[in-house]
Design a binder for this molecule. Structure first.
Ligand code: BDR
Ligand code: CA
Length: 317
């Protein structure tokens, strides 16, 4: 389509219940988003299971036209750390989703990304990163010329004001592969970072979850079951009214950017210290003189975010 104004995106993900909701939000928004593919990465659980989960989510959404690839099965230099304690043994515990009938594409996810970016005209494609940044860093390392082809990387990861969620210093996605995060943040590609400082405002309270569960479609029921499972860990940990819904913020940023507020700052990642491994050192007050490399989001309008999510999920089967 010549006049296609839709944003072309590739979703890089380790699904994960909140990743699943992000994918569903994107697939429920075909007027705004042209989802070129979903690429799985090792993170919440191992690569094989994450890729299987991605296939199940695509089938749940009824959008089996979306190709799913498997990318890297471990971080660049570290042993894989997973999060079954949050997401369950399958990474997507909660609903009972059927075994997928569709299969994975027969190409490595990193090669798919490189080929697709090189074949694209100008800076058209946005990478949405919902897990550790291994695939994107590997693509940049293998084919540095793709940096000039990426419109923007919008990523869920990092934390500053809120502190970490896997260690006191670090957020999970950055902690798992800090070298990858460092490579991405140093790449010169425009980056929007959605840290815990924002996602801790996106609380899936009982009324908000209830509204999704009452949509009357299979997607709403599955999302309720997923988030009811994954919230138990966070509810106990934080004692808040609801658990934070991290990854869908990435897609919401593309759909309704003004739900969020932030500023352009410098962010660097700690790769040397074990104590603060994966810490995102955010120069929010510009005290270092280091060049800004990240649009760092810090606030969101939670009511608007959940209205958007609920309204879009209602459109799926
Ligand atoms: C991030 O870690 C994962 O467990 C979630 O899916 C999200 O991407 C939050 O720290
Ligand atoms: Ca994730």
């Amino acid at each position: 389509m010549k006049d296609d104004q839709r944003q072309k995106i590739i979703i890089d993900t380790d699904p994960g219940q909140d990743d699943a909701v992000a994918i569903l939000l994107a697939l429920a928004s075909p007027k705004e988003l042209d989802v070129l593919a979903i690429v799985a990465v090792a993170g919440n659980v191992g690569l094989k299971q994450n890729a299987l989960n991605a296939l199940k989510i695509v089938e749940l959404s009824g959008r089996t036209d979306i190709p799913v690839y498997a990318g890297c099965d471990r971080p660049i230099r570290r042993r894989l750390v997973t999060a079954e304690h949050v997401h369950g043994k399958t990474g997507l515990d909660g609903p009972s989703l059927p075994e997928p009938r569709i299969g994975l594409q027969p190409v490595h996810g990193v090669d798919f990304m490189i080929e697709t970016l090189l074949a694209s005209q100008g800076k058209q494609i946005t990478l949405c990163a919902l897990g550790p940044l291994t695939n994107i860093a590997m693509a940049l390392a293998k084919a540095p010329q793709i940096a000039g082809r990426i419109k923007r990387i919008v990523l869920m990861g990092g934390a500053s004001f809120e502190g970490g969620n896997i260690t006191p210093a670090a957020e999970f996605n950055i902690y798992v592969d800090p070298e990858a995060a460092d490579m991405v943040l140093s790449s010169g590609v425009p980056i929007t970072m959605i840290p815990l400082d924002v996602t801790h405002q996106a609380l899936a309270t009982k009324p908000r979850l209830g509204a999704i569960g009452q949509l009357g479609n299979r997607t709403g029921s599955a999302v309720l079951e997923m988030l009811t499972f994954s919230e138990r860990f966070d509810l106990e940990k934080y004692q808040w009214d609801g658990a934070p819904l991290h990854d869908p913020c990435v897609i919401a940023r593309l759909l309704e950017p003004d739900i969020f507020e932030g500023r352009l700052i410098n962010v660097r990642v700690e790769v040397a210290s074990e104590l603060t491994r994966g810490m995102t050192v955010a120069d929010y007050w510009a005290v270092t003189g280091r060049k800004p490399n990240v649009e760092y989001l810090r606030h969101l309008d939670a009511d608007r975010f959940f209205s958007l999510l609920t309204e879009r999920l209602a459109r799926l089967p």
